[in-house]
Design a binder for this molecule. Structure first.
Ligand code: 97T
Length: 231
């Protein structure tokens, strides 16, 4: 998988050189290139923003540098991802979909966003996804892009040691994860649930599923089917 990121803050993406993703990049499984949007602005001050038509607070990122940057990185078959609080929700399902793409291009907007014509123009020839991490506001698309790259990269086939570790996680089955414990069996007067020490694998699996369902009902009831479907 190849990933291109266009940003005015390339330094954010130093985070990709560590951990899981660092190893995936070294192995050649995932190739990431970071591009500075200002390299595509040609005035003396390398200006990338301007005041909004119609008035209002803040600045809007100009279409021209974005057009040039995207001309340089988009190729036939690229998917353009634009993180924005006005996008559809980025979910584990979306992460899995992105992980199957040959080429992802992330456009990191700052300020009040990017001139909407950039998205309109890109949609003529490419799949374009405007995606939000959730209902809160960030200063720009960089942190959202890091989260989306990590979520997609870790489910690329060949990533993560144990393939079973992926299906049991939170959200892969539409449920929150069951609680986990490790040694010692007793700590500060708190004991690990005895079932987990029983060696009865069937009973443990049933207990974990029940814990997942209980937790989901308590914390994220909107994730459960509300039509009486048995889980
Ligand atoms: O708040 C933002 C500003 C710019 C780009 C993305 C975001 C955002 O993405 N998910 C939540 C907020």
């Amino acid at each position: 998988m190849r990933i291109d990121v266009v940003t005015i803050f390339p330094a954010f993406f130093a985070a990709l050189d560590v951990s899981l993703l660092g190893r995936a990049r070294q192995s050649g499984l995932i190739e990431v290139r970071i591009h500075d949007l200002r390299d595509f602005a040609h005035d003396r001050h390398r200006t990338v923003d301007d005041t909004p038509y119609g008035g209002g607070a803040g600045m809007v990122m100009r279409a021209e540098p974005w057009g040039e940057a995207l001309d340089a990185v988009l190729t036939p078959g690229s998917t353009l991802v634009v993180p924005t609080p006005a996008g559809s929700l980025f979910t584990q399902r979306r992460a899995r979909e992105l992980s199957a793409r040959q080429h992802l291009v992330f456009a990191c907007g700052r300020y009040e966003g990017i001139d909407q014509r950039v998205v309109e123009w890109a949609r003529r020839d490419h799949e374009v996804l405007e995606l939000s991490l959730g209902d809160y506001v960030l200063n720009g698309g960089e942190v959202a892009t890091l989260a989306m790259i990590e979520a997609a990269a870790r489910v690329v086939p060949g990533m993560v040691g144990n393939p079973e570790s992926l299906v049991e996680e939170s959200h892969e089955e539409g449920l929150l994860e069951y609680p986990s414990y490790t040694k010692p069996a007793s700590w500060r007067g708190l004991d690990v649930p005895p079932i987990l020490l029983s060696g009865h694998h069937g009973a443990i699996a049933a207990w974990r599923r029940e814990q997942s369902i209980d937790r989901t009902r308590r914390i994220r009831p909107e994730l459960l089917p509300d039509d009486g479907t048995d889980l």
